[in-house]
Design a protein around this ligand. Sequence first.
Ligand code: MN
Length: 385
Amino acid sequence: MTIYSKNDFMQFIKHWPKDIEICDVTLRDGEQTPGVAFTTQEKIKMAEKLDSIGVDVIEAGFPVVSKAEEATVKEIAHLGLKAKICCLSRAVAKDIDTVLRCDVDFVSIFIATSDLHLKYKYHKTFEEATSCALDVLDYAKDHGLKVRFAVEDATRTDINVLKSIYKSAEEHGADYVSIADTVGILNPSTAFYLVSEIKKTIKTKLCIHCHNDLGMAVANTLSAAEAGAFQLHTTVNGIGERCGNASLEELLVSLRVQYGIERYDVSKLMELSKLVEEYSEIPIPRTKAIVGANAFAHESGIHVAAVLEEPMTYELFAPEMVGGKREYIIGKHTGTKALKGVVQKMGYDLSHEQMCILLDKVKRCSEVKKKVTCERLTDFIKELE
Ligand code: MN
């Protein structure tokens, strides 16, 4: 088993997400991260990797942005992936004409409904904005497209207003409706409440799109899934506008470790994460969950000694589960026992005297803030011989 330990509290989870799918929006919302632009080849590589993990839907882009973007979305739609391909569209008929040329499985038409967005962005009344969006929904459906009707800034919209717009979208034949927590205002309780309330009003499949402004995007997404949200939106490494979106790797591993959902191939997450780090040029913080350099690194003497005997003492799951590697960092907190254990694990048998010299070298290194990785340790050992 790659998941080491489950705890007794899991029996108190009241609502298990059953019917869910993952829609990864790295290629669209991820690309809207300030300073990020992907080439067509990069988008194709990411789409293929997402597909091989088993991600159900890939949001490939926003075709009306440019001719090149339109061509890229079309190319991804024609890759023959198992994942469904969707793309974004404003509530404008001309956007739908562009989308129709891309051969996607469905289109996501978005409209903001909060007073703030109506007043300062659209300069329209709620009635004007929504009737226009519903016309575009009709237009897309009339042209044979499946539609996700996405409400932007839904979480700062009056809940009764929100219910009425989702009800109208359902009556107009929307295939999915989406709640976008555009500025990340939800928390797990409010996410659960909101999804439960909307589910009372409509039967259409519900999507949840969480932003991470308070660092809660993954928690909110899981809470929404517990309340019955069907399509969960993510980005790799959690990139996206401002503080990003719910991170794919955190969500998939949480679904596996906490909820027993094992149908996604999480062993490719590390590889995908590195790919997105390279293409987006956004470095992954060392302490980032699942894919950070420190996720499976151990330094303190007590921890290293324990992990050498049994990794589950200080790891929730084995690094191999996500395609990662365990690393021992030797530093000022390392004791003789831990260093001896690491050296033996590396296949060396050193005398007591050699061990003392080695520990001395290690401590001197950390005094000048140099990290001692296993590679550097090997160099030190070779110097002894
Ligand atoms: Mn977004």
